[in-house]
Design a protein around this ligand. Structure first.
Ligand code: NA7
Length: 538
């Protein structure tokens, strides 16, 4: 008997919405299950003070519809979380997607049945059967709340930034502690400092940050982007990271020091993620990287008045952008306020949470609110949270005991008819996310069309293809400085007990896209395709 759905998509963020759109275009019976009560995915939950995207708005959006590109006008250089949600709400209605999304439904498990070649999906609203299961659950969506003893005893309120209460949190007149100085902490700290009576920042690793230089997007600028979209999209498609900027071809070690300084100063002035594109080898050569790191260290010392605080804020244990580089609005300046205090928890570790606040080895910091800006169980967390079971009854959790394995970040051996949008070993988190998402969705849609045309009802990644892809992913990472940052979430180092595997594909977006296209053109090389009615192992 045919299952009730050709495809079930989990998640209604950028990925799930576009996947649904493509499935409908293919005439497939599809449904999206979304645990939130609205669209947005990661952005549905990410509502902490100061939350906005680090990609610029004119390209942190879909490219699949030329009409949509022309219709929608962004108001700021970087989109704030409400504006991203408004955009995705617009897309949902513009393409009539809402009727096929079931909100407030959490997937609790899913298993593949070899006899019928279907997935059974269990959820808080019952069971569904489908031929193909497509995860669109995000890469940075499983909150990582540190297991600090005594949290339950805290007399005040506590929050994780990625699960921020939708009604907002009023911190006026309160003593707030923020744990974490990654991209999120660095966005939230200046905003919370403005509102709270006192802010204590608990920093484990000092971070490089580049000024975002956010501001309103003038109509003329917006119009220019709209006019130039064809060219912008072309640059993105051929880039290493899905952003529409071209990385310089000059080594940082080539120019005289004064000229190098001038180039960095220009990039600093312009602001944003493209700072790292100032030279070709900032992410590939340790000496080149040191020039960028030094430039930023000098800026921190320049901005922060108190030399002792400045030294605590100067990163020394990793090179610039070897961990995900934040961008900010007045982050370092915030430490010049009298009501902001910086605690280096590497020097004086957090020991426990007590009813009055946080106790470090140096004493108790009294707090009314604790904000955990402590990041996510990246890439694998959202997939493991689905409780998936493969064709031989093995759970994904068991299979990935020693770390993830995927083919192209898209398929998993032992889990037929499962597609993982932006899965581990895809370039997603190193790129502009909507660009990676569109590439994955387009590839999956093309694949599904091919399967239908060939009468195939089962597709599975080969183990050998997965092994080869894992080796290639490791080689690609080793050609960069990224694996050297030992405390990075790219390696899973932020979650205690998580296997240390470098998870993003660092070989470049354009190269990755070419590989995926070649795989498809070669009849889905590395996947086993089984026609309906034929045994799977034939
Ligand atoms: P990140 O980048 O993982 O940052 C989390 C921060 O929290 C980072 O400074 C961590 O220090 C710190 N952290 C984590 N656990 C602890 C404990 N137990 N004690 C003290 N400090 C801790 O997450 P973000 O949410 O900022 O950003 C995630 C991505 O979202 C970002 O890269 C963008 O792609 C969007 P550490 O550096 O691990 O020493």
């Amino acid at each position: 008997m045919e299952p009730e759905f050709d495809a079930v998509v989990i998640g209604a963020g950028f990925a799930g919405l576009y996947m649904l759109h493509r499935l409908r275009k293919l005439g497939m019976r599809a449904v999206v299950l979304e645990q939130g009560d609205g669209v947005g995915g990661t952005w549905y939950w990410n509502r902490y003070p100061g939350a906005r995207c680090d990609s610029e708005s004119y390209y942190y959006c879909y490219s699949f519809s030329k009409e949509l590109e022309q219709e929608w006008t962004w108001t700021e250089r970087y989109p704030s979380h409400p504006e991203i949600r408004a955009y995705l709400e617009h897309v949902t209605d513009r393409f009539g997607l809402r009727e096929d999304i079931r909100f407030g439904v959490r997937v609790t498990g899913a298993g593949f049945d070899e006899d019928t070649r279907t997935w059974t999906v269990d959820s808080t609203s019952g069971e569904l059967r489908c031929r193909f299961l497509i995860t669109a659950v995000g890469c940075l969506s499983t909150a990582n709340v540190p297991d600090i003893p005594g949290l339950d005893s805290f007399d005040g309120r506590w929050f994780h930034t990625g699960r921020w209460p939708h009604e907002g949190v009023d911190v006026r007149g309160r003593r707030v502690g923020i744990v974490g100085t990654g991209s999120t902490g660095i966005q939230a700290i200046p905003v919370v400092a403005e509102q709270a009576a006192h802010l204590t920042v608990f920093q484990r690793t000092a971070n490089y940050s580049i000024p975002a230089r956010n501001g309103p997007l003038a109509a003329a600028e917006s119009d220019a982007y709209k006019r130039d979209y064809a060219e912008i999209r072309e640059v993105q498609a051929n880039s290493t990271n899905g952003h529409p900027f071209v990385v310089s071809t000059q080594s940082a070690l080539e120019p005289e020091p004064a000229e190098r300084e001038r180039i960095y100063a220009d990039a600093w002035e312009r602001g944003g993620l493209r700072f790292r594109a100032a030279f070709s080898d900032v992410l590939a050569d340790a000496d080149a990287n040191e020039t960028a790191s030094d430039f930023i260290r000098d800026r921190i010392r320049e901005v922060v008045d108190d030399p002792e605080t400045a030294e605590k804020l100067v990163p020394t244990d990793h090179g610039f952008a070897t961990k995900r580089p934040p961008i900010d609005t007045h982050y370092f300046e915030t430490y010049n306020r009298d009501d902001v205090e910086l605690v280096d928890v590497r020097a004086t570790p957090i020991e426990e949470i007590v009813p009055e606040g946080v106790r470090t080895s140096d004493g108790v910091y009294e707090l009314d609110d604790i904000v955990f800006a402590t990041g996510f169980d990246a890439l694998t967390g959202p997939l493991l949270g689905l409780n998936l079971t493969g064709s031989d009854g093995t759970s994904l959790r068991e299979l990935w005991t020693y770390g993830p394995r995927t083919y192209l970040g898209l398929g998993i051996h032992g889990f037929p008819n499962l597609f993982t949008i932006t899965g581990p070993f895809s370039p997603s988190v190193l790129t502009n996310m909507p660009t990676s998402i569109e590439q994955h969705v387009d590839w999956i849609a093309r694949c599904l069309e091919h399967l239908r045309a060939q009468g195939v009802d089962r597709i599975e990644a080969e183990r050998s293809a997965e092994i080869a892809w894992a080796e290639h992913t490791q080689e690609a990472a080793d050609a960069t400085l990224l694996p050297r940052a030992s405390s990075s979430w790219y390696l899973g180092a932020n979650v205690p007990g998580k296997p240390k595997v470098f998870m993003p594909y660092a070989g470049g977006f354009a190269r990755y896209t070419r590989t995926c296209d070649e795989v498809a053109t070669d009849g889905y090389r590395g996947f086993v395709l089984t026609p309906a009615g034929r045994p799977a192992d034939e």
